[in-house]
Design a binder for this molecule. Sequence first.
Ligand code: ARG
Length: 593
Amino acid sequence: MASVTSLTANVHQRLADALTAALPAADTVADPLLRRSDRADFQANGILALAKKAKANPRELAAVVVGQVVTGDVIKDIEVSGPGFLNITITDKAIVENLAARAADEERLGVPYAENPGTTVVDYAQPNVAKEMHVGHLRSAVIGDSVVKLLEFSGENVIRRHHIGDWGTQFGMLIQYLDEHPHELDHKADTEDTAASGAEAMSNLDRLYKTARKLFDSDEEFKTRARRRVVELQAGDPRTLAMWQKFVDESKIYFFSVFEKLDMEIRDPDIVGESGYNDMLDETCRLLEESGVAVRSEGALCVFFDDIKGPDGNLVPLIVKKSDGGYGYAATDLSAIRDRVFNLKANTITYVVDARQSLHFKMVFETARRAGWLNGDVEAHQLAFGTVLGKDGKPFKTREGETVRLVDLLDEAIERATAVVREKDTQNQLSEEEIAERGAQVGIGAVKYADLSTSANRDYKFDLDQMVSLNGDTSVYLQYAYARIQSILRKAGDARPAAHAELELTEAERALGLHVDGFAEMIADAAGEYAPHKLAAYLYQLASLYTTFYDKCPVLKADTPAQVENRLFLCDVTARTLHQGMALLGIRTPERL
Ligand code: ARG
């Protein structure tokens, strides 16, 4: 279906044309700086600056523009206000016709594709093998998933990469222990239930990790054997690698169970962990050393930066290869950049990673720039996210001071949400199964929405009471708005949604309609700025405007059949916009709640 020109874009074009005609000498395209406004439908603030540049009187210039603009079809009124602003009102007819054109596009609600799509690699949802997932992994997964969806919806070619932590010296200890206790990863239960096998996998891994660690710290001989294992692993000894693979596979059972709980599709081929770049590490170092980007310092291969110093005032380098010959996180990330630029042909690489790793990425990106891997054609940046805080405003920990397990949090959210769904179902219309399904959709939606509704770089408080509250800026509020619309549509009987552009609209209908029309522009902004919180804010406002409309305008009991149909139409296009927007946040919109 064809994309729809929004009213904003339409009015913008008319004003820009009028301005260009009024200012023939201007060398650039005149931007009227059009904004939605409370006083009229739109306000244009650009005339002041343009008049100043052209040494003209702003009010006079504004009057010329007003004289040039055709009114009647789209623009109802245009008038000069204050020192040279323009207030613009749109005709009711244009609003309804515009929404009708959007509604006719089943798939995209008239949202156009971005003009110059490219290839973006998104590095997100990157837990670590043999370790529990925590709230940091939640943020990366939730934000990354929404960014991927927003970009894909805009027409970008997106390649997902889950850079899991699957390599490192700790595997020597784990593998050695497993070799000496070969049945430690065996599953006792033979179950089809992913959650159950995920839980068993993690408890196996956790137990094994703890006992191996204890032995490693207390038994010098085991320590020596474990260290030898690391060397064998890095040398690619087949038996050692096979055992390492067992840890990876076991961890994947666990990861997939968590991602399933999160209602998130993570695909196995997109999981390319640190180990995936092993074959490139030598060459990465060689290229950096030969080009002089990296230098030898105290036996290690390092990259230095003038502005990065430690507390003692000495330069802190990025260590690409350690003095013992081992490679670390930086070498892997630099090799991953080469892969993403030269093999995957990325134009943009986006890393959805905790802000506490910002220094690492700053150094890695600068190194890659010096090496010429990143340049004007390929950019990398970190979509850095803040810390999840407990109710007390401190980083989220259990009472014992331990990291909170992500699964426990998700289970608690689902439990609370299920209680809310049950309580709301006063007439006992839902079966137990339905309550459980809705409870999961509401609970997981609540967790995702709380994360996505504040801008990623800020910390936020993990407060379940607030998250599952029916009032306020929560996903439950949005889900209920959606379900309420569906219930009206079901009750409509023979009356079907239909646009009637000849009708006069009330204020509440106009406000709702204009907001729905703004969906496409918001999507372009949110995708362009990697800002799902803009989408969340838009949806919250949409639901609020809908609530006002619903309170003020009877739908099924409207005055005339045409008005009933037109209001049903407004309901329907609102619901579809909510549904589409929520889907881009990774949140379900159940038909009934
Ligand atoms: N596994 C890391 C962690 O848990 C995050 C990896 C981020 N991605 C990257 N390319 N370094 O902190």
